[in-house]
Design a binder for this molecule. Sequence first.
Ligand code: HEM
Length: 197
Amino acid sequence: MLLFRLLIAGLALVPLGLLVRGVLQGALGPDPGEVVTESLGLAAFQLLLATLAMTPLRRITGWPGWLRVRRQLGLFCFFYASLHLLAFLQFVVGWQDLTASFTKRPYILAGLVAFIILLPLALTSTRGMMRRLGKRWKRLHSGVYLAAVAAWVHFLWQARGDIGEMLAYGVILAVLLGLRLWWSAAVQKRLARPDRA
Ligand code: HEM
């Protein structure tokens, strides 16, 4: 399991490694700040999808190992989202008049919404918080679905031309959320069967 966790951590750090290499080699083009901001945002979104993929993978393959790396993936998503926000402030808008910066465009507001939902999830991701919050933990963490939709809207909305990539990610997100709805409907149906009454 340790090896699998290390593999996941190594893979999750690839986008950061590529960015650092790009910066050191001066290979990020004429607007490195924009490339850094975009790459960090994309990594955050990809890791959010990877986090959401763990439960379906567990159900489909039956292997419990997927669930053991879910928290790690979620925290890596938050790590990249935080760097993305910092890069936005440092390279895109600057640190003055934050209210104006966040409300400048609706897509930025959608990103902020996703970030604000992710923040308490990251802060309460420990076993201790899980125990302390009990049933409320699950309810709170189901906010991840809303965060994913807000992040996708943000991704789609910021597109300047071709939206093919955003739509492809949208299909993946729809499948990941759709599977959950389908499975939970199946459970409800089973519970509602007269022979279970
Ligand atoms: C306060 C929160 C956020 C702000 C202010 C923000 C801001 C931005 C900005 C300005 C861009 C466009 C970058 C450019 O064209 O130079 C962008 C793109 C993007 N952001 Fe965010 N964002 C936020 C949160 C998030 C979160 C939470 C996610 C995902 C979990 C995310 C994912 C993305 C993605 C996928 C892109 C497109 C990257 C690409 O074009 O490849 N953002 N964001």
